[in-house]
Design a protein around this ligand. Structure first.
Ligand code: AMP
Length: 365
């Protein structure tokens, strides 16, 4: 892959905050970004060129593709037909195969199982009979998730007992689903891997993630996991990236069951893009996940992934952002505070409005 020279244009499918941070990182390297999205969004404020169009308007997608030098995406629900149409004209990185896997939980689980990677017990659910049978095999508590378009805990319900489970199908509007055993994990963590044009992967430090109402709340590095376990987690992500012949940042969400178990990790899901649990890298690493993603898709050498500070990132969800003035004034000699606001005009419950990262001196290795 020939490295794109500075001055080239990077096309980004999607105009949200991830696109915004990708475009800012690209600008730092001298690239111009062109955003394609179906509505204006946070990325539009920082990109040189923007196009509003439907993702199913393949003529518009092809025209966009003809105006850029490489295309990447900032959300995993880019329709496959759009990615394929774009790829007819201009390279799309990561390869759209990653979208195909990540868009459907069942395809994803089967793909992971085919790599011999551990996942929670699961069953396909297309009917009440499937659900009843699945609950018998998997037991309760269990969690029923739509196969497609679920995020931040949406499109999923928890089932405490197997009696009369029809309500659970009603709750997900009878969408095709997957039933999963509820995992009693010790921690949730994620691997942020970046794989370059030379097919070599690098890994950021593995953050410990906490959630509030199904939405990522905090990501903290370092995590309390033993080093050997972190290496195992990295190896899991590395094998996924290799299997997908992946280029760019790949996030792999894992349940950590504890050090004294035979199977310390289960893979929950993968995100073929930069990820919220890697936002701390903006402030705690010389080269953040956004820049490394841009470097990878542009065919550049990767930058270092070493963390220079310990960090805790906290999402600002909904009206959390109303405290921006206090957050901006947080210079009382405590941890260094880095405030990031996404420029969204309206705070709504559950909406990611920004994040804040507290940095402290790096204490551990
Ligand atoms: P997901 O959309 O699959 O990432 O699920 C959102 C959140 O629900 C996860 O971050 C977990 O906190 C929780 N969750 C999802 N699946 C399971 C499971 N099988 N067992 C326990 N908790 C789960």
């Amino acid at each position: 892959m020939r490295a794109l020279p500075p001055g080239s244009t990077i096309g980004i499918l999607g105009g949200g905050q991830l696109g915004r941070m990708l475009a800012s990182a690209a600008a730092r390297l001298g690239f111009t970004c062109h955003i394609y999205s179906d509505a204006t969004g946070p990325a539009f404020d920082v990109a040189a060129k923007t196009t509003i169009g439907e993702f199913t308007d393949l003529d518009a997608i092809r025209k966009f593709a003809g105006r850029v030098d490489v295309i990447t995406y900032e959300f995993e629900n880019v329709p496959l037909c759009a990615a394929a149409a774009a790829a007819e004209i201009t390279p799309v990185r990561p390869d759209p195969k990653a979208l195909e896997v990540a868009q459907d939980r069942l395809v994803e689980k089967r793909f992971l199982a085919s790599l011999d990677l551990p996942v929670a017990p699961f069953a396909e659910v297309a009917s009440l009979d499937d659900l009843t049978a699945g609950l018998q095999t998997i037991g309760t508590p269990a969690i029923l998730k739509t196969t497609r378009l679920g995020y931040d805990g949406k499109g999923q319900v928890r089932i405490a007992d197997a009696k009369d489970p029809a309500w659970a199908l009603d709750a997900i509007a009878h969408a095709p689903a997957v039933l999963e055993g509820m995992i009693d994990f010790a921690y949730e963590v994620s691997v942020l891997a970046v794989r370059g044009a030379d097919k070599q992967a690098r890994f950021y430090d593995l953050p410990l993630n906490t959630h509030r109402d199904g939405i990522l709340d905090t990501s903290t590095v370092p995590s309390p996991l033993p080093k050997a376990r972190i290496a195992e987690a990295d190896a899991i992500a590395g094998s996924i990236a290799t299997a997908l012949d992946y280029t760019g940042v790949l996030a792999v969400e894992l349940f950590y069951l504890g050090d004294d178990t035979d199977t310390p990790f289960l893979v929950n899901e993968i995100a073929p893009r930069v990820h919220n649990s890697g936002h701390w890298t903006l402030d705690a690493c010389a080269v953040c996940q956004f820049e490394n993603h841009i470097r990878a898709v542009a065919g550049w050498p990767l930058g270092g992934t070493t963390r220079h500070s310990d960090a805790m990132m906290t999402n600002l969800i909904g009206h959390d952002v109303d405290a921006w003035a206090d957050l901006a004034a947080d210079d009382d000699g405590g941890p260094d505070t880095c405030l990031h606001l996404y420029g969204k005009h309206q705070a709504r419950p559950g909406r990611k409005m920004g994040h804040i990262t507290h940095l402290t001196d790096r204490k551990s290795s």
